[in-house]
Design a protein around this ligand. Structure first.
Ligand code: FES
Length: 78
């Protein structure tokens, strides 16, 4: 399987309202950290993220995290 593209080497820190979100796993989206459909034709698909209570999250944009979709600090090694 090919590697995802690195969208950014910093997480996206966002305050999210309750709801369902689709996190980009391929790194190609122009609307990071969210899927915009740019993965089509490739090896990746978006990951569903459900938020039940309003909270602040740090979402991975380097696409190398082991705790997807959350940042685990992996961008510091790139
Ligand atoms: Fe990256 Fe959809 S655009 S997973």
């Amino acid at each position: 399987m090919s590697e995802p593209e690195i969208a950014a080497k910093v997480p996206a820190v966002l305050e999210l309202e309750p709801g369902t979100y689709w996190w980009c796993q391929c790194g190609r989206s122009g609307n990071q950290p969210w899927c915009d459909g740019s993965h089509k034709g490739g090896a990746f698909s978006p990951a569903e993220l459900t938020i039940s209570e309003k909270r602040t999250v740090a979402l991975c944009q380097c696409k190398r995290t082991a705790k997807a979709p959350f940042c685990d600090g992996s961008h510091k090694t790139l």
